[in-house]
Ligand binder design. Structure first.
Ligand code: NAD
Ligand code: MG
Length: 398
């Protein structure tokens, strides 16, 4: 029987790659709901092509969407709004699979709603897991949700781990013969830039990733290495291991998407051309495999694979994220909120590239850490950290 899919963040880079896979397998999957935040014209085109039952937009975008749909004589798609609408479609009884591809903290409640409704949740929205780690994983266990990693590194690690590793009882130590996880990083567009050069890099340069085509926020995160920091935290939660068992390895070609080392000396790697359609298809069909248009890896073309240690002097965000994970509790939420604000300020050219990590560090030092024992506490801390980060940005600009 056909599986019914809800795509949160359909107008984004992951959302559109997901549509590509669903289109290729339209006999097995149907699109039940899609959501968008801006780019309403694009959203209306998606509605025209995929004919979902529901679409979610911010309330101030309803008129625009209705008018665009009317041009195509589409009147039978239910339009829902705002966070309540996102939650309604995420937990809808007719939905089997939820692609969580909203960027940032805005994806937390809808993703959690999908988990609590026991869905197969394809997790791209790493910020949601960074913020809510233990709560999200406990909810997945309690409600028998299948939380499958779409982030290419975590999907690679999942593929290299023993089967059923996600079901083991967490205690922070790697289990079943696993020694450690090697999380690969491309190093981003500024891998070989000096500190002096990093002072003046622009948003356009930061958004031009050498190997991957992605949304703006994650592109900047890749340039600062905060993306790897968030992924380090994501890996600790997903695979129930302490941060000392996750080593970051810079691998500029992005052919190996991550590795798992075992106690017997084996290192397993998952390799492929850098295209998010592979991990999306893997998470969608797991434990089966489905076809994608991604060409098989040609090792005669990619004959050189390089590896190096990350430089935390030029890319301090990675160090901040590791410290936040060590500190635990609300620290990862504070880190994430400050980073979202700082990246947005950098994109608006209000702060310089190197000031992104300074804003994050300042916020971590000025917002009280505590137990992340409820979603309300996490969201309150997220708001507070945003205020502190914004104040710091104002100070930097004056
Ligand atoms: P994007 O910016 O291209 O798309 C983001 C989507 O979220 C859009 O559909 C947008 O409309 C929606 N959105 C933004 N703000 C929103 C809000 N406040 N409320 C509701 N919806 C909102 O981002 P992306 O590159 O597709 O990344 C999405 C998520 O996947 C991020 O968490 C990112 O870290 C993760 N991810 C992306 C990639 C990639 O290759 N792009 C790889 C791994 C993980
Ligand atoms: Mg990744």
């Amino acid at each position: 029987m056909s599986q019914s899919v809800c795509i949160l963040g359909v107008t984004g880079s992951i959302g559109r790659s997901t549509l590509k896979i669903l289109q290729q397998h339209s006999d097995q999957y149907s699109v039940f709901a899609v959501t968008g935040f801006s780019r309403i014209k694009e959203l209306s085109e998606i509605c025209k092509q995929y004919r979902p039952k529901c679409v979610v937009v911010p309330s101030d975008k309803v008129d625009e969407l209705q008018q665009l749909l009317a041009i195509h004589h589409i009147f039978d798609i239910e339009i829902l709004t705002d966070e309540a609408g996102l939650i309604t479609v995420s937990e809808h009884p007719d939905v089997d699979v939820v692609m969580a591809a909203i960027v940032g903290a805005a994806g937390l409640l809808p993703t959690l709603a999908a988990v609590k409704a026991g869905k197969r949740v394809l997790l791209a929205n790493k910020e949601a897991l960074v913020m809510s780690g233990d709560i999200m994983l406990q909810a997945a266990k309690d409600h028998h949700a299948l939380l499958l990693p779409v982030d290419s590194e975590h999907n690679a690690i999942f593929q290299c781990l023993p089967q059923n590793y996600l079901q083991i009882q967490p205690n922070g130590e790697p289990q079943l013969g696993v020694k450690q996880v090697l999380l690969t990083a491309s190093g981003g567009p500024f891998l070989n830039f000096s500190l002096e050069q990093l002072k003046t890099v622009t948003p356009a340069q930061a958004c031009k990733h050498p190997n991957w085509s992605m949304g703006q926020k994650i592109s900047v995160d890749s340039a600062t290495l905060m993306n790897k920091g968030l992924e380090l935290i994501e890996a600790c939660h997903l695979f129930s291991i302490k941060e000392q068992f996750v080593t970051v390895v810079v691998h500029p070609q992005s052919i190996i998407h991550s590795m798992v080392q075992y106690v017997d000396g084996s290192t397993l790697a998952q390799m492929g051309n850098p295209d998010m359609c592979t991990p999306i298809a893997h998470a969608l069909a797991w434990p089966e495999r489905i076809q994608t248009h991604v060409p098989p890896l040609d090792l005669f073309v990619h004959s050189q694979l390089d590896f190096q240690a990350p430089d935390i002097t030029r890319f301090p965000s990675l160090k901040l994220a590791r410290h936040a994970m060590q500190a635990g509790g609300l620290a990862p939420s504070i880190l994430n909120a400050a980073n979202e604000i700082a990246v947005s300020a950098f994109l608006q050219q209000k702060i310089a590239f190197l000031e992104i990590s300074q804003v994050v560090e300042h916020t971590l030092n000025h917002v009280q850490n505590g137990l992340a024992d409820s979603i309300d506490t996490i969201l309150q801390t997220d708001q507070l950290a945003r205020q502190v980060a914004s104040q710091r940005i104002t100070q930097l600009g004056s």
